[in-house]
Unconditional design. Sequence first.
Length: 311
Amino acid sequence: MENKSVLILGAGELGLPVIRNMAQKAKNNNTTITVLLRQATIESEEVEKKRMIDELKALDVKLLSADLSAPSSELVSIFKNFDAIVSCTGYGTGAGGFQIKLVNAVLEAGVKRYFPWQFGVDFEIIGRGSAQDLFDEQLDVREILQAQTATKWVVISTGLFTSYLFQPFFGVVDFDKKVVNALGSLDTAVTVTTPDDIGMLTAEIFFEEPEIENSIVYIAGDTITYGQLGDVVESLSGQKFERTVSDLDELANDLKNDPTNFVYKYRSIFGHGRGVSWNFNKSFNAKKGIKTTSAKEWAQKNIDWSASIKI
């Protein structure tokens, strides 16, 4: 297994759980984990960033100061020192070729194995020209990887972060009005996974024997319809919640009136229901018997129900 030196890009909401779990497993696999961060982050006096850097040092991972916005030639010279790269860069960079720049640098550097930033929905089923233009670039990355054989690749499909179902910006659960608003229909399903579970399963998939290569791996914390989500909210709150639906016409109009709105793009994608859910029992974790956190379990643990509901 040629994964002796692994570079992880980013240490954000998803990156940190990936680093924690990879570092844990690396100890038993004679593997070194390095995390690439901006110099400003490593030297930051901000309390949160200092805490993160202290945690990374305690995990015994190496810190590498670099900026992914640097010219491709600089990235190639960094990447070529590693057997494998796991990208947890997120969408913060937006569209504009950033993910393509990364994958091309990985290939040019001769990295043996690459986990690109594809933690999300099934981009191929959704297809090109969708409401979320960032997805087209994700498909470009897949095609670049599929067109070559030198670098092995693994894509991890995770669905939505579980917390998003309950956050006000997503417009599904309204605690004040006691409404669960379905996107598309009450029968539309969505697969959700927590960042902690994604981190744990990424490490499991990375170190799996025999090695997983050139594959899309589906994981899931839960696959749930908006109707079932309403039942979860009612059972945890002990309150009745009205069910409403933002149908495809409403979602399309919202986007038409505000075409650059990031959330409206996502609501449209999830309302259509294509490529955003898969059978839980067919997920990597279900097949392996690995316990993950359901939407109900997450909500039970992370939401103060007595404070959230106005009686």
